[in-house]
Design a protein around this ligand. Structure first.
Ligand code: B3K
Ligand code: ZN
Length: 858
């Protein structure tokens, strides 16, 4: 099923500039599925009419891949047209200038579909994944998001549960029919059939519509649905209260599927989830996973309006739905779990994934203008930077005007397939602001660097900000962006003398004056991380320590601790300096500040990641040495443990959460701090507390934290064996068992650990979760993956080549492990390049992986 590039043929590049409306409008589609694993029949009847907005005289192109055409007719007359490898073309001369009906019958093989795109099978159930271009693997169709149709679906099959989009309109033995009244593009189509059980609930919308809610799972998983259902109901209520958006069908179904390429999919009325992203009990899932489930359930639900009711005109507009929906799910989680903690977590993720992408060969604009394989553009840039752009827009126009603009967006574009230009126009019309400079955030790739210089004279403080927009592939020169920089000023005692003010940096260099100050202030810049930029603020350690102790902006208080940690760690790596006492005392004070949210304290105790340090050093002109970073980071953790030693047991005990388990933010935050203490304690006590903690743990959060603390310090063999004995039959829990062994292996033992695990019969590359558990941990292990012998690079390349033959989408995604290659020394660069070249030369390379490797090699 993979989209292999025929040898010698250059992959086709798709350009935004070539967009053309489809020649027909598609009012209604009737589909019949006769399910069989080896030979499913799909009958499609498309009700078409000429599109007055299209250029006249065009041929009609239907996409279709891997389909065996059985019959084709137009208004009942058989047509003799042979499809090519990617679809079929009806010559313009054949098309009536009035409404007409096109019927096709095709045969497909769900059982043989290992790419998990189109209709496939997972553990005996049929399921679909159509975004972005999977529907063309189901039937001949205009598989493009701007063709929106009403779908009526009949499913015939001998499985007890037969589901599709919309509302159920009939069922009998061996069949069911569904009708979706809302026009939608094909990527939102879904079908599920299997022996499934429902966890049921109900919701009444603000205007009184009763909605049946179901989470469908395999028998035995019924008790894992309560949290997902709770998250769904909270999302439905939140979207009514905050965005005024109600649900619009009689039923909302979620299905949990074990074999799934990503987290979840927002198909209209029938969301399909990777079981990892919806099934949870306290015994099987950690607090972080509970929080993730809550946010993914919300994200997919929110797509009902931002994505489904208003969709994208073409795939270049992907951020229109993804950036906005991520922004909405971030707001939701912030409301439920605390804004500061959520913001810090989001920024950590943004820097780890999006900044990394933006600073390497895969950098692309939030609204790109060309691609080879659209699945390669479901990236941190489209999603997370797309959300940051909306966050900036809201900060610039203010909350009230943001709400006004969103109302206008929903009113003006409901039922349409829209563009980023439409989105920006809505804001311009609602607020009267000219957003042409701001729009560069959508069209230009790269992370701007904002450099700060300060001046103080006679009561006047002058802040000068300059911006640098680095060159990225295909975009050498860029103009200045409009960057909202939120600033507050503190006097030397730590009192805030100027509260948060949003400065609009629109020039390459710009100065802002603050007058009437009694003493030279310390500036807290980029509060709340008001823009996705790298801030270069040369502040001495005293200044950072002051912000760490007194900043009223919780994000920047954490950021002060973070920058100080990075500054200290960088000095340790480059000059061999020791751990700074300023940092140790600052962190110790923060960790014990009873006035702070424990989740916040736990975040403050987290050291910068090794990958983050490598990026930071590279940006400062050093060649990062992975082994030296690893060693310095360990020394830093050790020093922190020794400093906090006297208080760790007490602090951990204070954070105990007696009583029944709750996954809410409060108790989860207490567990996070307790387990951060345990991780430090384990560096000092030979593993005693963690061994006891592992045995006593009543939930997966505490259990896994104890196991990780042990593994990090070279212990844990007995606990690993206990864990396996208890959970060997549970795929989701065992993914964690696989993953932690790789993640916490000693750098020199990494490759052997991976080889030992992949030789087990329960390792399979056909299940993306299991593959990612091992290979994702391999590439995330900075010191081990980048070991000077290059064995980690070769091992990952071997597995990517193997996986590419079965599942190109996941292989391509995981190849981003190599995107940072230019950061390293010439020897490592040569080793990585050689692996990329080996992948590029592999026979039957997919379009997906081929594009990624080509871009990385430049
Ligand atoms: N829209 C899907 C992602 C589809 C990815 C296709 N390769 C999930 C989401 O963003 O909600
Ligand atoms: Zn999404």
């Amino acid at each position: 099923m993979s989209a292999a590039i025929p040898s010698g043929a250059a992959p086709q590049v798709i350009h935004l500039a070539d967009y053309q409306p489809w020649p027909c409008l598609l009012d209604r589609v009737e589909l019949t599925f006769r399910l069989a694993p080896k030979a499913t029949r799909v009958l499609a009847r498309l009700h078409l009419r000429p599109n007055p907005a299209a250029n006249p005289g065009q041929d009609l192109r239907l996409d279709g891949e891997g389909l065996r055409l059985i019959a084709l007719s137009l208004d009942g007359r058989a047509l003799d047209i042979t499809p090519d490898a990617h679809g079929l073309t009806l010559p313009a001369a054949l098309l009536p200038n009035r409404p007409f009906t096109l019927e096709t019958e095709v045969e497909i093989v769900p059982e043989g579909n290992t790419a998990l795109e189109g209709l496939y099978m997972s553990n005996g159930m049929y399921c679909t994944q159509c975004e972005a271009e999977g529907f063309r693997k189901i039937t001949f169709y205009p598989d493009r998001p701007d063709v929106m149709a009403r779908f009526h679906v009949r499913i015939e099959g001998d499985l007890p549960v037969l589901l599709s989009n919309g509302n159920p309109v009939g069922q009998g033995p061996g069949w069911a029919e569904w009708d979706d009244p809302w026009p939608k593009p094909a990527y939102l189509f879904a079908l599920v059939a299997g022996d499934l059980r429902a966890h049921r609930d109900a919701f009444t919308t603000a205007s009184g519509r009763p909605v049946a809610l179901n989470i469908w799972v395999r028998p035995g998983d019924e008790d894992r649905c309560a949290w997902g259902m709770e998250s769904l109901k909270r999302s439905m209520l939140w979207d009514e209260q905050v965005y005024g958006r109600e649900y619009d069908l009689d039923v909302f179904n979620i299905v949990a599927v074990d074999d799934f390429n990503m987290g979840a999919m927002e198909n209209k009325g029938l969301n399909i989830f990777n079981s990892k992203c919806v099934l949870a009990t306290p015994e099987t899932m950690t607090d972080d996973e509970f929080a993730r489930i809550e946010s993914i359930v919300a994200h997919e639900y929110f797509h009902n309006w931002t994505g489904n009711r208003i969709t994208c005109r073409d795939w270049f507009q992907l951020c229109l739905k993804e950036g906005l929906t991520v922004f909405r799910d971030q707001q939701f989680s912030g409301d439920l779990r605390g804004e500061a903690v959520k913001r810090i977590e989001d920024v950590l993720m943004l820097r780890a994934r999006q900044f990394r992408e933006d600073q390497g060969p895969l950098a692309h604009a939030v609204r790109p203008d060309s691609f080879v394989e659209i699945n390669n553009f479901y990236t941190a840039t489209i999603y997370e930077k797309g959300a940051e752009v909306i966050r900036m827009l809201r900060l610039l126009v203010g909350d009230a005007d943001y709400a006004k603009a969103l109302d206008l967006y929903f009113n003006r574009h409901d039922g349409q397939a829209a563009t980023i230009e439409d989105w920006l126009k809505v804001f311009e019309d609602a607020t009267g602001r000219d957003l042409s400079q701001f729009s560069r955030w959508y069209f230009e790739a790269g992370t701007p660097r904002v450099t700060v210089s300060e001046d103080w004279a006679e009561g006047t403080y002058t802040l000068t900000l300059s911006q640098d927009n680095p060159a990225t592939p295909g975009q050498p020169d860029k103009g200045a962006k409009l960057i909202p920089v939120a600033v507050g000023l503190l006097n030397p005692n730590g009192d805030e003398v100027v509260p948060t003010t949003v400065l609009e940096l629109s020039q390459p260099v710009q100065s802002f004056r603050f007058e009437g100050l009694a003493a030279r202030p310390v500036a807290s810049i980029l509060r709340g991380f008001s823009a996705p930029v790298v801030l270069d603020h040369p502040l001495d350690r005293t200044g950072r320590a002051l912000l760490l102790a007194h900043d009223t902006d919780p994000f920047n208080r954490w950021e002060a601790a973070r920058s100080l940690a990075k500054q200290v760690l960088a000095e340790m790596v480059t000059t061999g300096a020791g751990v700074s006492a300023d940092w140790l005392s600052g962190i110790a004070a923060l960790a014990q500040d009873a006035g702070l949210d424990p989740a916040y304290c736990a975040l403050a105790l987290r050291l910068p990641s090794e990958d983050d340090m490598a990026a930071t050093l590279a940006a400062a002109g050093h060649v990062p040495d992975p082994a030296a970073i690893h060693a310095a980071r360990r020394r830093m953790g050790q020093a922190l443990a020794e400093t906090l030693d006297p208080v760790l047991p007490k602090l951990r005990a204070e954070m105990a959460t007696p009583g029944p388990f709750s996954a809410e933010a409060g108790p989860a935050g207490r567990r996070a701090l307790a387990n951060a203490c345990l991780a430090l304690l384990t560096r000092l006590d030979g593993g005693a507390a963690a061994q006891a903690g592992f045995k006593a743990a009543g939930n997966m959060t505490d259990r896994l934290a104890a196991l990780v603390a042990l593994l990090e310090n070279g212990h844990g063999a007995a606990e690993l064996a206990d864990f396996e004995a208890e959970w060997h039959e549970d795929r989701l829990v065992m993914d964690k068992w696989f993953s932690v062994q790789v993640a916490y292996a000693a750098p020199e033992a990494l490759v052997a650990t991976v080889n030992r695990l992949t030789a087990r019969p329960d390792f399979t590359m056909e299940n993306p979760n299991r593959f990612r558990a091992v290979m994702g941990a391999l590439s995330a292990h900075h010191a081990g993956f980048h070991h000077a012998d290059g064995a980690g690079y070769a091992l990952l390349a071997d597995w990517l080549i193997r996986l590419d033959g079965k599942n190109p989408q996941t292989a391509a995604r995981m190849s981003t492990a190599f995107e940072t290659w230019r950061r390293y020394d010439p020897a490592r660069q040569a080793l990585i390049r050689a692996q990329l070249a080996r992948i590029a030369a592999s026979p039957r390379l997919s379009r997906d992986l081929g594009e990624m490797v080509g871009r990385m090699l430049g």
